[in-house]
Design a protein around this ligand. Structure first.
Ligand code: NI
Length: 254
C-alpha cells in the first residue's frame, strides 16, 4: 500500500525524507486510512475483511453526519502494526443522479476484481470515469470524486509524532514542513484535537497529481500525509477532528 501511495504521490516521500533527516529513530505509522462507498459490494466491512482475516480486530464505529459518512477502525494485537481506519460515504444522502451514477459504476465491477486483497492497492476496479462526471460528482462531494478517480489506494498514512524523538509536538513538525514549502490543512485550525481529549492531528494538504480520465489526463488532488500525537495511551479517533482532516483532499475552489 505504501508503494502505490508514494509512487502516485512523490511529495509524500519528500516529506518522509525531510522528517527522517531530523529523526534518529524509526518512523512509526499510526494509521492507514481507506475510503469507499456504503454499497454492499465495496462497503467498509468488505474492505475490512482482508484486515480481519489477517488478525485485525474491530474497535468502533464513528459517524460523520455533516460529511455524510461513517467509519470504523481496527487494531492488531501486534501494536507495531498500524491502526486501519476505513470510511464509507452514505450514497443515499445525495441526489438521485449522483446515486444512480455511483451505483451503476459499482454494480458493474467484476466480483473477481474484489476477491484478491491486492485490490486495495490497485486503484479503480471500474472503468475510468470522465472528467465531466468527476466535476459533477465533486459538486456534491469532494470525497466521492476522490474515490471515483483514485479508487482503492491508501488515502493517507500517518506519522506517529508520539514516537518521534526530535519532533516533540505537532506545532514543531507543522512549522518545519511549512518552512519546507508544504501547506498544512488549516480547516478547524492547523492542529485538530487537544491533549485533554487524548489526540492531536494535523496533515499536509494533498498535492495535485495527474490522473487518467476517459477523456484525457487532468490534475486533481491526490493523497496527503497525516501527523498524530497521542496522550496517555489514548487509542481511538475523535469525530470532530477527523471531520476537518477529511478536507485535506478538497479541491481549492477558484
Ligand atoms: Ni487519519
Amino acid at each position: 500500500m505504501w508503494k502505490t501511495y508514494t509512487g502516485l504521490n512523490p511529495h509524500i516521500k519528500e516529506v518522509l525524507k525531510l522528517i527522517e533527516s531530523k529523526e534518529q529513530s524509526e518512523i512509526v505509522n499510526d494509521h492507514i486510512a481507506l475510503r469507499t462507498f456504503n454499497h454492499k459490494k465495496v462497503n467498509k466491512n468488505k474492505l475490512a475483511e482482508f484486515f480481519v482475516n489477517s488478525g485485525y480486530n474491530f474497535v468502533e464505529d464513528l459517524h460523520f453526519d455533516q460529511k455524510k459518512l461513517d467509519a470504523s477502525y481496527y487494531v492488531h494485537p501486534d501494536d507495531k502494526l498500524p491502526r486501519i481506519f476505513i470510511s464509507e460515504l452514505r450514497i443515499q444522502d445525495f441526489s438521485t443522479e449522483f446515486q444512480n451514477k455511483i451505483n451503476m459504476i459499482i454494480d458493474n465491477i467484476d466480483d473477481k476484481e474484489l476477491s484478491d486483497p491486492l485490490f486495495l492497492t490497485n486503484g479503480t476496479p471500474w472503468e475510468k470515469i470522465s472528467y465531466l462526471d468527476y466535476k459533477k460528482v465533486q459538486d456534491e462531494s469532494d470525497y466521492a470524486a476522490w474515490v471515483l478517480s483514485h479508487g482503492y489506494i491508501a488515502n493517507h498514512f500517518t506519522v506517529s509524532v508520539t514516537d518521534c524523538t526530535f519532533f516533540k509536538n505537532l506545532k514543531q513538525i507543522n512549522l518545519f514542513l511549512k518552512q519546507n514549502g508544504f501547506e498544512i490543512n488549516s480547516s478547524g485550525g492547523e492542529i485538530k484535537g487537544s491533549s485533554n481529549i487524548g489526540l492531536e492531528q494535523s496533515s499536509i494538504m494533498a498535492k495535485n497529481i495527474l490522473v487518467k480520465f476517459s477523456d484525457g489526463d487532468f490534475e486533481i488532488p491526490g493523497c496527503y500525509y497525516e501527523f498524530a500525537y497521542r496522550y496517555n495511551g489514548f487509542d481511538g479517533f475523535i469525530t470532530n477532528s477527523a471531520n476537518h482532516i477529511f478536507e485535506s483532499t478538497n479541491e481549492k475552489k477558484a
